[in-house]
Design a protein around this ligand. Structure first.
Ligand SMILES: [Zn+2]
Ligand SMILES: [Zn+2]
Length: 500
């Protein structure tokens, strides 16, 4: 902590136990990497061979950053606590991997692990998934090695509010404590259901819940108001749900249903954590896997059922009824202040007008950054494979329907919902948008438009986005309407994004 009296050696300030544990973990990962070299162990994503060196590298960066920072623990549930839990878990999982793999120089070791479909192979695939979750968690909480768990922004606004109000700046807490906090908002019966919840939520199987794991869970089982009901119907009761299954294993499992088009299973994606991957047998008997973009899973499954794509969960004839989850989600409301109203009026524009197309009103908010635009523009933008916000370039992790609410109307309309007053970040994002773009610090570095692929009709031209938004009258060129008629491109393929 700052303000300590005695001058201190930064090396001494860093807890020697943590330094040693970090070094030990890196060595363990290096040993495992060597053990994984056998070509018969090549696996699709997640691949241990790919994950082990990346995790080791990140841990080295963490060690360097911790040494430089003098090893501040950041208080309970902070960096020091997180690392202690993380490294202990890494050691346990690493030892399990080591046991499964043949050790170097020993030829007679466990050959079963090379056989597709064997129990050992299955165990190795599950451990690979855990390692991929652990790598994702460490990257999220220590980007570039530097701790930011206290600032981590959860994707869904309600989940963010919940975590920060109840857990403060902590980034990790023991399961027992977390379950009490969760129950205060989403009641769960103790017993097997609670156990099941823990196994879904605790992605790294550490016995703790991190802010990252909670973020992933609340994205997978959105919307927030019915979070655990969604989880129960989709993960506990649904025969199509597969926890801890890899891309390859989904292909294998659906082989058994190839003569039954409409068979499907779904699992949390491991290359795009927080999103679902759905595998299904198409009408011509081929097995496909897709990742639907940021929609509640039940909506996707219901739509697929209507279209005749998702009919037989895991090949079974009965498709569970999910319509009870369909209660329309209340739109989040964005308040427009009197000042904002006048500012836009002075420019012959309105706050609610989408600043990309200047044709439709804003009706969607990008998560977690909070920028507003119309859903047509967002869809077109995402169809161009862009995963970052067109305004600020932060990663798009989700989006939420909103309606703009003017201050004038507000005085007429009485009875704000709790939703309105709760999240001040809405207004911040709205105000942020009003800031002029200063020439010295351009917020929107233009994306190099070349090389432009011919099929990218739906790509928003960058010129639109780099123009200052506040000059009157708004000089935003209108996009040709043909741009919006994007032919539906195949949804993202799981595995396609992972190079090895
Ligand atoms: Zn628009
Ligand atoms: Zn943004």
């Amino acid at each position: 902590m700052a303000g300590m009296a005695a001058p201190r050696d930064p090396w001494l300030g860093w807890h020697w136990g943590e330094a040693r544990a970090l070094g030990r973990a890196v060595k363990l990962l290096q040993r495992l990497e060597e053990q994984c070299r056998d070509p018969r162990l090549v696996m699709g994503p997640p691949s241990l061979r790919n994950l082990l060196p990346r995790t080791a590298q990140l841990l080295r960066e963490v060690a360097r950053a911790r040494r430089e920072a003098g090893g501040d623990s950041e208080g309970p549930g902070g960096a020091g606590d997180f690392l202690a839990i993380y490294l202990a878990n890494l050691e346990v999982k690493g030892r399990k991997v080591a046991e499964l793999l043949p050790s170097r120089g020993k030829k007679d070791a466990n050959e079963e692990v090379f056989r597709e479909g064997s129990r050992f192979r299955r165990q190795l695939a599950k451990l690979a998934l855990i390692f991929s979750h652990m790598h994702a968690e460490l990257s999220a909480l220590f980007p570039g090695g530097k701790y930011c768990g206290h600032l981590y922004q959860l994707t869904k606004g309600s989940a963010h509010t919940f975590w920060r109000e109840r857990c403060g700046v902590r980034c990790v807490l023991p399961w027992a404590e977390f379950q009490c906090l969760l129950c205060s908002c989403h009641p769960v019966e103790p017993g097997p259901i609670m156990q099941a919840l823990r196994s879904t939520l605790d992605l790294t199987c550490s016995g703790h819940v991190s802010v990252f794991e909670f973020d992933i869970f609340t994205r997978l089982f959105q919307p927030w108001p019915t979070l655990l009901r969604n989880w129960q119907l989709l993960a506990v009761n649904h025969p199509g749900y597969m926890a801890f299954l890899t891309y390859d294993e989904v292909q294998t499992r659906l082989q058994a249903c190839r003569d039954k088009p409409g068979s499907y299973i779904f699992r949390p994606s491991c290359t795009r954590l927080g999103q679902w991957a759905i595998g299904y047998v198409s009408s011509d008997g081929s097995i496909l896997q897709t990742i639907p973009l940021n929609k509640p899973l039940f909506q996707v499954l219901l739509k697929g059922q209507k279209d005749g794509i998702y009919l037989y969960p895991d090949g079974k004839s009965h498709n569970p009824d999910l319509t009870e989850l369909c209660q329309t989600e209340p739109h989040q409301r964005i308040e427009v202040s009197e000042e904002q109203l006048q500012l836009y009026q002075a420019m012959n524009s309105t706050f609610e007008l989408c600043k990309i197309c200047t044709e439709r009103n804003k009706d969607v908010r990008i998560e977690p950054c909070g920028h507003l635009l119309c859903s047509h523009c967002l869809a077109a933008w995402q169809h161009s494979d862009s995963q970052t916000c067109p305004f600020c370039r932060s990663q798009i992790k989700g989006h939420e329907a909103v309606s703009i609410w003017q201050a004038q109307e507000r005085s007429v309309e009485v009875g704000t919902t709790a939703e309105d007053s709760r999240d001040s970040s809405h207004r911040e994002a709205a105000q942020w948008e009003l800031e002029p773009v200063t020439p010295s610090a351009p917020r929107l570095p233009p994306e190099d438009p070349s090389p432009r692929r011919p099929q990218d009709k739906g790509r928003l031209t960058v010129a639109t986005l780099t123009l200052p938004r506040l000059r009157a009258p708004l000089p935003l060129p209108k996009m040709a309407s043909v741009l919006w008629e994007v032919t539906a491109r195949p949804q993202a393929r799981e595995g396609a994004t992972e190079s090895s």
